[in-house]
Design a protein around this ligand. Sequence first.
Ligand SMILES: Cc1cc2nc3c(=O)[nH]c(=O)nc-3n(C[C@H](O)[C@H](O)[C@H](O)COP(=O)(O)OP(=O)(O)OC[C@H]3O[C@@H](n4cnc5c(N)ncnc54)[C@H](O)[C@@H]3O)c2cc1C
Length: 428
Amino acid sequence: MLVTKSVSDVDVLVLGGGIIGVSCAYYLARAGREVTLIERDEAVCPVGASSYANAGLVMPSDPYPLPSPGVLGQGMKWLLDSSSPLYIRPRPSPALARWLLGFAGASRESRMRRGMPVLRALGVEGLKAFDEVCGSGPVEAGYKHTGILSLYLTDAALDAAAAGAAPLKESFGVEAQIWDSARVHERVPAALPDVVGGVFTAEDGHVDPLKLTRGMARAAEDLGATVLPTTEAIGFARAGRRLNGVMTTRGMLRAETVVLAAGVWSGRLARGLGVSLPLQPAKGYSLTVPRPEGVPADLALYLPEGHACVTPFGGGLRFAGTLELSGMNDRVLVNRVAAIRRGAGRYFAGVETAPTTALWRGLRPMTPDGLPMVGRPAAYDNLVIATGHNMNGIMYGPVTGKLVAEVVDGREPSVDLTLLKPERFGIL
Ligand SMILES: Cc1cc2nc3c(=O)[nH]c(=O)nc-3n(C[C@H](O)[C@H](O)[C@H](O)COP(=O)(O)OP(=O)(O)OC[C@H]3O[C@@H](n4cnc5c(N)ncnc54)[C@H](O)[C@@H]3O)c2cc1C
């Protein structure tokens, strides 16, 4: 089928139907813009999108970027162990080498601390956007603002978490409750006796990422946006500082403004525009099992020592985790999936043998400094970039849509975007 829209009809064209693209379409449509979103697959949020079956945690209480002191050292120890929580497949890739150098630089204490206020601001504004979209708004996505409970297996880890909570309260007002073993087992009766305590952060929550992404696309359409599935962006028509059009598999689309929000695939598209977006895909897995008795249906759990998160979805329980920097591929490494099960099995009986009802992998769009890229690149007057949301694209999705609508409209963004400039890495 050919695209029948007349070229002058497209005011804002959004590329990519993951959580970031649909959030942009929703907030742009809400702001009265005429929006068209294209998605290369047969529906928005296809199984290959990172937004499809992730953990769905909304956790503003954790404003730490991934690059931080010690993380690379730990990663190096795990380097060759393909069942470790962070696995880098050794390969001759100049892009990966440059990305790792950028990551190493961003892991300095001062750089990590510089990024925390903007991540906290995105989280706090993000919660408001969730209330707007899922609370009082049009999207039914199982959003539960019921907190997240982190569970600990050793006194040392619990003490370290408790010590870490005080500076977060002082700097960012994060309220954390330290729970003893009795309180944890009262709330999560299925937790094994080895669980010595927990940290409960009431401001956090969780959501069904697929329902959220498809629900926001529908809400955008209800506001007048056009969603075109099976339409892949394959190139651009440029004239000086303007993007005149986007070549798609269903013809050329011209637009006043183009929003590039194609997840980890944004890097390849941007190269065609001479814009460098140093994104690396970080594969993660989720597996779902029937929810055991004694695991609450309304509370997400974080298992730091098991390197996994746990989210209840109806009668199922989803375990998610691992970071695998192995390039752009969808290979399933079974020992990595087994490692998630093993990690979770330290907290709950029966998890290691429970039947899998769903297994999924997705590619997170990772930036070297752990911060998203949101804003206009210098070389173009009518291009906005919104990608690189790392491990938190669901949490930061709706607020990114709001920020992009503000940028497109020339309004003051509700979060300072200085540190999120898409071109901050130079040619990296
Ligand atoms: C295991 C796992 C657990 C996670 N847990 C959480 C969590 O608990 N909380 C959280 O906030 N985040 C989590 N994340 C991260 C989150 O999934 C991502 O940050 C987020 O989904 C990125 O969204 P996106 O829209 O940028 O990309 P995607 O969801 O990947 O969407 C990009 C879309 O663009 C389309 N596309 C690509 N190229 C083109 C083209 N040329 N033309 C048209 N369309 C194109 C793709 O088909 C795709 O639909 C997790 C990720 C994983 C893998």
